[in-house]
Design a binder for this molecule. Sequence first.
Ligand SMILES: Cc1cc2nc3c(=O)[nH]c(=O)nc-3n(C[C@H](O)[C@H](O)[C@H](O)COP(=O)(O)OP(=O)(O)OC[C@H]3O[C@@H](n4cnc5c(N)ncnc54)[C@H](O)[C@@H]3O)c2cc1C
Ligand code: FES
Length: 278
Amino acid sequence: MPQMHLCSVRALVPLGEGEKRGFFSLLLEGCGLPDWTPGQFVMLRPESWSRELPWARPFSIGRWDGNGLEIFFQVVGRGTSLLAGLRPGESVRIFGPLGQGFAREENKPVLLLAGGMGIAPFAGYIPRRAGAPNLRLCFGHRAPLACYPYAALAGNCLSEHFPDERPGDLPSFLRRMEELLAGNAREEGLVLACGPVPFLRAVRDLSLKHGARTQISLENRMACGLGVCLGCVVKPLMDDKGRNRSRQPVPPALEQGLPVPVCSCGPVFWADAVELDA
Ligand SMILES: Cc1cc2nc3c(=O)[nH]c(=O)nc-3n(C[C@H](O)[C@H](O)[C@H](O)COP(=O)(O)OP(=O)(O)OC[C@H]3O[C@@H](n4cnc5c(N)ncnc54)[C@H](O)[C@@H]3O)c2cc1C
Ligand code: FES
């Protein structure tokens, strides 16, 4: 059950080259110890935010254990800029864990595909299967590798990363993703992906091409986080007979061709079940 937790900042650690790059790990303490599934998220709002910023912001759970809750974030706007100025001891309200996390199929080969800060939910996923021989991470990134929690994860699974700093590097990431995804599909494994929409669209198209079983995690803008305001809906992906395209079980509303809130029915969906609008 999601709950409201009043936590305090234990540490805010800049990742990469100091604070310059705008990537951080935020560690909160006093947040209780709930059951959660990797891929779930929290709505987070510091007590110090004024009424000009009424809405909490959603962040993937990177870790939530006896030592506290850790999230990884990148500064993109007003809320995340203010988060980057938090000091130890400041109070932060979080609501969670929320949404539906990733499938966990222990005996199947699992391929994790991450683009940029889309690596954040895998910080929660990989340690739960640490050392599993059939777990592989393929990571594409624009900022230097140290801006992401990659190094801590890479030792716990087969891993490779593709910097997108030089023109022409992205196709090599896409080529490798296709190779790995096709291999995973042949072994009837599971692919999990998180990152920006163009990246997810590429993953979805490759999954349809190779028949891979793929889940994607969406990062639509959110306000309530509870399925009430309908500000975060996603449309179903239908076939020409008016049925949902997915070969996997999907929420009844998606089956019936209706849009659903990402916050409560997702953020994780089967890649062939939802539309990724341009
Ligand atoms: C389920 C979920 C999990 C997330 N997990 C993480 C995470 O672990 N780490 C992390 O850094 N970010 C994560 N995000 C994205 C994060 O919520 C946004 O970056 C944040 O809300 C932006 O707030 P802001 O006030 O700084 O930006 P705003 O000032 O509100 O917006 C600034 C710019 O960012 C864009 N933007 C805002 N929200 C999003 C979004 N959700 N996706 C894409 N662009 C957006 C706006 O269009 C605008 O251009 C997650 C989002 C969701 C829905
Ligand atoms: S954020 Fe309100 S319905 Fe999803």
